[in-house]
Design a protein around this ligand. Structure first.
Ligand code: AKB
Length: 302
Protein backbone atom coordinates (compact mmCIF):
# COMPACT_ATOMS: atom_id res chain seq x y z
CA UNK A 1 0.00 0.00 0.00
CA UNK A 2 2.89 2.37 0.73
CA UNK A 3 4.30 1.76 -2.76
CA UNK A 4 0.87 2.43 -4.25
CA UNK A 5 0.58 5.69 -2.33
CA UNK A 6 3.97 6.76 -3.62
CA UNK A 7 3.93 5.52 -7.22
CA UNK A 8 0.21 5.26 -8.06
CA UNK A 9 -2.29 2.43 -7.54
CA UNK A 10 -2.15 1.04 -11.07
CA UNK A 11 1.64 1.21 -11.18
CA UNK A 12 2.12 -1.31 -8.37
CA UNK A 13 1.22 -4.94 -8.97
CA UNK A 14 0.93 -6.75 -5.64
CA UNK A 15 1.37 -10.51 -5.32
CA UNK A 16 1.00 -13.15 -2.65
CA UNK A 17 1.15 -16.92 -2.45
CA UNK A 18 -1.97 -17.94 -0.59
CA UNK A 19 -2.84 -15.55 2.25
CA UNK A 20 -5.92 -13.53 1.30
CA UNK A 21 -4.83 -9.88 0.86
CA UNK A 22 -6.58 -7.11 2.78
CA UNK A 23 -9.58 -5.69 0.89
CA UNK A 24 -7.66 -2.39 0.60
CA UNK A 25 -4.77 -4.11 -1.21
CA UNK A 26 -6.97 -6.29 -3.36
CA UNK A 27 -9.28 -3.46 -4.42
CA UNK A 28 -6.84 -0.61 -4.94
CA UNK A 29 -4.83 -2.11 -7.83
CA UNK A 30 -3.74 -5.30 -9.60
CA UNK A 31 -3.17 -8.37 -7.40
CA UNK A 32 -2.06 -11.93 -8.31
CA UNK A 33 -1.36 -15.15 -6.46
CA UNK A 34 1.94 -16.56 -7.73
CA UNK A 35 4.58 -19.01 -6.57
CA UNK A 36 7.92 -17.22 -6.80
CA UNK A 37 9.79 -20.43 -7.65
CA UNK A 38 7.70 -20.79 -10.82
CA UNK A 39 9.50 -18.70 -13.43
CA UNK A 40 6.72 -18.91 -16.02
CA UNK A 41 4.13 -17.67 -13.54
CA UNK A 42 6.26 -14.73 -12.41
CA UNK A 43 7.24 -13.87 -15.97
CA UNK A 44 3.63 -13.84 -17.14
CA UNK A 45 2.79 -11.06 -14.66
CA UNK A 46 6.00 -9.15 -15.48
CA UNK A 47 5.14 -9.33 -19.19
CA UNK A 48 1.45 -8.50 -18.80
CA UNK A 49 2.10 -5.35 -16.76
CA UNK A 50 5.39 -4.33 -18.37
CA UNK A 51 7.03 -4.40 -14.94
CA UNK A 52 10.33 -2.51 -14.62
CA UNK A 53 11.08 -3.00 -10.90
CA UNK A 54 10.61 -6.02 -8.65
CA UNK A 55 10.53 -5.72 -4.86
CA UNK A 56 11.11 -9.32 -3.91
CA UNK A 57 9.77 -9.94 -0.38
CA UNK A 58 8.92 -13.65 -0.56
CA UNK A 59 10.96 -15.70 1.94
CA UNK A 60 10.70 -18.40 4.57
CA UNK A 61 11.89 -16.79 7.81
CA UNK A 62 14.23 -18.15 10.50
CA UNK A 63 11.90 -20.12 12.79
CA UNK A 64 9.82 -21.77 10.07
CA UNK A 65 13.04 -22.35 8.11
CA UNK A 66 14.47 -24.41 10.98
CA UNK A 67 11.36 -26.61 10.93
CA UNK A 68 11.65 -27.06 7.16
CA UNK A 69 15.16 -26.23 5.87
CA UNK A 70 14.50 -27.72 2.39
CA UNK A 71 11.53 -25.43 1.88
CA UNK A 72 13.59 -22.45 3.11
CA UNK A 73 16.33 -23.24 0.59
CA UNK A 74 13.83 -23.73 -2.24
CA UNK A 75 11.80 -20.55 -1.68
CA UNK A 76 14.68 -18.31 -0.62
CA UNK A 77 17.31 -19.39 -3.15
CA UNK A 78 15.30 -20.59 -6.12
CA UNK A 79 12.74 -17.82 -5.67
CA UNK A 80 15.54 -15.25 -5.64
CA UNK A 81 17.20 -16.71 -8.73
CA UNK A 82 13.89 -16.69 -10.58
CA UNK A 83 13.54 -12.98 -9.90
CA UNK A 84 17.19 -12.16 -10.67
CA UNK A 85 17.16 -14.16 -13.91
CA UNK A 86 13.93 -12.58 -15.13
CA UNK A 87 15.34 -9.13 -14.29
CA UNK A 88 18.60 -9.88 -16.12
CA UNK A 89 16.97 -11.45 -19.18
CA UNK A 90 14.26 -8.81 -19.56
CA UNK A 91 16.60 -5.94 -18.66
CA UNK A 92 14.48 -4.64 -15.80
CA UNK A 93 15.48 -1.33 -14.27
CA UNK A 94 15.86 -2.44 -10.65
CA UNK A 95 15.41 -5.30 -8.19
CA UNK A 96 15.09 -4.88 -4.41
CA UNK A 97 15.87 -7.99 -2.39
CA UNK A 98 15.92 -7.60 1.39
CA UNK A 99 18.47 -9.40 3.48
CA UNK A 100 18.34 -9.76 7.27
CA UNK A 101 20.27 -9.58 10.54
CA UNK A 102 20.07 -13.39 10.25
CA UNK A 103 23.24 -13.24 8.10
CA UNK A 104 25.19 -12.81 11.34
CA UNK A 105 26.20 -15.59 13.70
CA UNK A 106 29.03 -16.78 15.92
CA UNK A 107 32.31 -14.97 15.42
CA UNK A 108 30.92 -11.51 14.69
CA UNK A 109 30.81 -8.73 17.31
CA UNK A 110 27.29 -8.64 18.76
CA UNK A 111 27.35 -4.98 19.85
CA UNK A 112 27.34 -2.34 17.12
CA UNK A 113 27.86 -5.11 14.55
CA UNK A 114 29.69 -3.67 11.53
CA UNK A 115 28.49 -3.95 7.94
CA UNK A 116 31.63 -5.91 7.05
CA UNK A 117 32.28 -8.78 9.44
CA UNK A 118 32.31 -12.58 9.74
CA UNK A 119 29.08 -14.03 8.28
CA UNK A 120 28.59 -17.52 9.68
CA UNK A 121 24.88 -17.90 10.41
CA UNK A 122 23.55 -20.97 12.18
CA UNK A 123 20.09 -21.06 10.55
CA UNK A 124 19.11 -22.13 7.03
CA UNK A 125 17.38 -18.76 6.66
CA UNK A 126 20.68 -17.03 7.48
CA UNK A 127 22.59 -19.28 5.08
CA UNK A 128 20.19 -18.37 2.26
CA UNK A 129 20.45 -14.68 3.11
CA UNK A 130 24.28 -14.74 2.99
CA UNK A 131 24.19 -16.65 -0.32
CA UNK A 132 21.53 -14.20 -1.51
CA UNK A 133 23.65 -11.14 -0.74
CA UNK A 134 26.59 -12.67 -2.59
CA UNK A 135 24.40 -13.67 -5.52
CA UNK A 136 22.85 -10.19 -5.77
CA UNK A 137 26.30 -8.57 -5.78
CA UNK A 138 27.37 -11.07 -8.45
CA UNK A 139 24.47 -9.97 -10.69
CA UNK A 140 25.46 -6.33 -10.19
CA UNK A 141 29.09 -7.03 -11.18
CA UNK A 142 28.56 -9.64 -13.89
CA UNK A 143 25.39 -8.38 -15.59
CA UNK A 144 25.21 -4.73 -14.57
CA UNK A 145 21.79 -5.30 -12.98
CA UNK A 146 20.74 -2.70 -10.40
CA UNK A 147 20.10 -4.93 -7.36
CA UNK A 148 19.78 -3.43 -3.88
CA UNK A 149 19.04 -4.79 -0.46
CA UNK A 150 19.11 -4.01 3.24
CA UNK A 151 19.50 -6.25 6.25
CA UNK A 152 16.15 -5.89 7.96
CA UNK A 153 16.11 -6.19 11.74
CA UNK A 154 12.91 -7.46 13.41
CA UNK A 155 10.05 -5.50 11.81
CA UNK A 156 7.09 -4.47 13.98
CA UNK A 157 3.80 -3.73 12.24
CA UNK A 158 0.21 -2.97 13.25
CA UNK A 159 -1.01 -4.23 9.86
CA UNK A 160 0.82 -7.50 9.34
CA UNK A 161 0.85 -10.41 11.76
CA UNK A 162 4.20 -12.04 12.57
CA UNK A 163 5.27 -14.52 9.90
CA UNK A 164 7.47 -17.32 11.27
CA UNK A 165 10.55 -15.43 12.44
CA UNK A 166 12.56 -15.31 15.66
CA UNK A 167 11.66 -11.66 16.22
CA UNK A 168 7.91 -12.45 16.13
CA UNK A 169 7.59 -11.98 19.91
CA UNK A 170 8.13 -8.23 19.49
CA UNK A 171 4.97 -8.08 17.36
CA UNK A 172 2.86 -10.74 19.08
CA UNK A 173 3.35 -9.06 22.47
CA UNK A 174 1.39 -6.01 21.27
CA UNK A 175 -1.53 -8.03 19.91
CA UNK A 176 -1.76 -10.08 23.12
CA UNK A 177 -1.39 -6.99 25.31
CA UNK A 178 -4.36 -5.36 23.57
CA UNK A 179 -6.50 -8.50 23.33
CA UNK A 180 -5.67 -10.34 26.58
CA UNK A 181 -3.60 -7.98 28.77
CA UNK A 182 -0.82 -10.59 29.05
CA UNK A 183 1.81 -12.36 26.95
CA UNK A 184 4.06 -15.41 27.24
CA UNK A 185 7.33 -14.59 25.51
CA UNK A 186 9.40 -17.32 23.80
CA UNK A 187 12.76 -15.67 24.50
CA UNK A 188 14.36 -14.68 27.83
CA UNK A 189 13.64 -11.29 29.37
CA UNK A 190 17.25 -10.10 28.77
CA UNK A 191 17.22 -10.98 25.03
CA UNK A 192 18.14 -7.85 23.12
CA UNK A 193 17.76 -7.57 19.34
CA UNK A 194 17.68 -4.77 16.76
CA UNK A 195 14.11 -3.85 15.74
CA UNK A 196 12.38 -1.37 13.46
CA UNK A 197 8.86 0.02 13.22
CA UNK A 198 7.13 -0.57 9.89
CA UNK A 199 6.94 3.12 8.83
CA UNK A 200 10.74 3.27 9.15
CA UNK A 201 11.07 -0.02 7.26
CA UNK A 202 9.02 1.37 4.38
CA UNK A 203 11.02 4.59 4.41
CA UNK A 204 14.34 2.70 4.43
CA UNK A 205 13.24 0.49 1.54
CA UNK A 206 11.99 3.35 -0.62
CA UNK A 207 14.92 5.64 0.24
CA UNK A 208 17.31 2.90 -0.87
CA UNK A 209 15.28 2.32 -4.05
CA UNK A 210 15.51 5.98 -4.95
CA UNK A 211 19.17 6.58 -4.06
CA UNK A 212 21.41 7.42 -7.05
CA UNK A 213 23.19 4.21 -8.10
CA UNK A 214 26.55 5.99 -8.47
CA UNK A 215 26.53 6.92 -4.77
CA UNK A 216 26.32 3.29 -3.64
CA UNK A 217 29.47 1.45 -2.64
CA UNK A 218 27.43 -1.41 -1.18
CA UNK A 219 24.47 -2.94 -2.96
CA UNK A 220 22.67 -5.82 -1.27
CA UNK A 221 23.92 -5.83 2.29
CA UNK A 222 23.24 -2.56 4.11
CA UNK A 223 22.90 -2.72 7.91
CA UNK A 224 19.95 -0.52 8.94
CA UNK A 225 19.50 0.20 12.64
CA UNK A 226 16.57 1.93 14.31
CA UNK A 227 16.27 0.75 17.93
CA UNK A 228 17.49 -2.10 20.12
CA UNK A 229 15.70 -3.28 23.25
CA UNK A 230 15.40 -6.37 25.40
CA UNK A 231 12.15 -8.32 25.65
CA UNK A 232 11.89 -7.09 29.25
CA UNK A 233 12.31 -3.45 28.22
CA UNK A 234 9.59 -3.87 25.61
CA UNK A 235 7.23 -5.39 28.18
CA UNK A 236 8.02 -2.52 30.59
CA UNK A 237 7.26 0.06 27.90
CA UNK A 238 3.91 -1.59 27.17
CA UNK A 239 3.19 -1.63 30.91
CA UNK A 240 3.71 2.14 31.04
CA UNK A 241 0.76 2.41 28.63
CA UNK A 242 -1.31 -0.54 29.95
CA UNK A 243 -0.51 -0.72 33.71
CA UNK A 244 -2.29 -4.07 34.18
CA UNK A 245 -0.21 -5.81 31.45
CA UNK A 246 1.90 -8.79 32.51
CA UNK A 247 4.54 -10.75 30.64
CA UNK A 248 6.04 -14.15 31.44
CA UNK A 249 8.97 -15.89 29.73
CA UNK A 250 9.17 -19.46 28.40
CA UNK A 251 12.16 -19.65 26.05
CA UNK A 252 12.00 -22.28 23.27
CA UNK A 253 14.26 -23.24 20.31
CA UNK A 254 14.16 -19.65 19.02
CA UNK A 255 16.27 -18.51 22.02
CA UNK A 256 19.44 -20.00 20.50
CA UNK A 257 18.75 -18.22 17.20
CA UNK A 258 18.20 -14.90 18.98
CA UNK A 259 21.40 -15.38 21.00
CA UNK A 260 23.40 -15.78 17.77
CA UNK A 261 22.19 -12.45 16.31
CA UNK A 262 23.50 -8.91 16.93
CA UNK A 263 22.17 -6.82 19.79
CA UNK A 264 22.78 -3.57 17.90
CA UNK A 265 24.03 -2.53 14.47
CA UNK A 266 26.52 -0.11 12.98
CA UNK A 267 24.60 1.31 10.02
CA UNK A 268 27.04 4.06 9.06
CA UNK A 269 27.29 2.77 5.44
CA UNK A 270 23.51 3.25 4.95
CA UNK A 271 23.67 6.69 6.59
CA UNK A 272 26.59 7.80 4.41
CA UNK A 273 25.60 6.25 1.08
CA UNK A 274 21.86 7.03 0.99
CA UNK A 275 21.11 9.17 4.01
CA UNK A 276 19.39 6.60 6.24
CA UNK A 277 17.84 8.05 9.41
CA UNK A 278 15.10 6.33 11.44
CA UNK A 279 12.22 8.24 13.01
CA UNK A 280 10.81 5.91 15.69
CA UNK A 281 12.26 4.76 19.01
CA UNK A 282 10.82 2.29 21.52
CA UNK A 283 8.57 4.83 23.27
CA UNK A 284 7.09 6.42 20.13
CA UNK A 285 6.62 3.07 18.40
CA UNK A 286 4.91 1.53 21.44
CA UNK A 287 2.46 4.44 21.74
CA UNK A 288 1.60 4.27 18.04
CA UNK A 289 1.25 0.47 17.95
CA UNK A 290 -1.07 0.44 20.98
CA UNK A 291 -3.17 3.27 19.56
CA UNK A 292 -3.58 1.53 16.18
CA UNK A 293 -4.21 -1.95 17.60
CA UNK A 294 -6.53 -0.53 20.30
CA UNK A 295 -8.62 1.06 17.54
CA UNK A 296 -8.71 -2.20 15.52
CA UNK A 297 -9.72 -4.09 18.67
CA UNK A 298 -12.57 -1.66 19.34
CA UNK A 299 -13.80 -2.13 15.78
CA UNK A 300 -13.73 -5.93 16.25
CA UNK A 301 -10.98 -6.37 13.62
CA UNK A 302 -8.40 -8.14 15.83
C1 AKB B 1 13.23 -13.42 11.54
O1 AKB B 1 13.11 -13.28 12.76
O2 AKB B 1 13.50 -14.49 10.99
C2 AKB B 1 13.05 -12.19 10.67
C3 AKB B 1 14.36 -11.53 10.39
C4 AKB B 1 15.11 -10.85 11.46
O3 AKB B 1 14.80 -11.54 9.28
N1 AKB B 1 12.16 -11.27 11.30
Amino acid sequence: MALRERYGNDNVVATGRKTEPSPALRDSGPFYFINVTNRAAVEEVVEKHDIDTIVHMAAILSAVGEKNPELAWDVNMNGMRTVLDIARDRKLTQVIIPSSIAVFGPGCPLENTPNETVLKPTTMYGVTKVCGELLCDYYVRKYGLDVRGLRYPGIISSETLPGGGTTDYAVAIFYDAVKHGKYTCFVREDTRLPMMYMPDCLKATMDLMEAPFERLKHHSDFNVGAMSFSAGELAAEIKKNIPTFTCSYEPDFRQAIADSWPRSLDDSAAREEWGWKPSYDLATMTKDMLKKLGQQHKEGKL
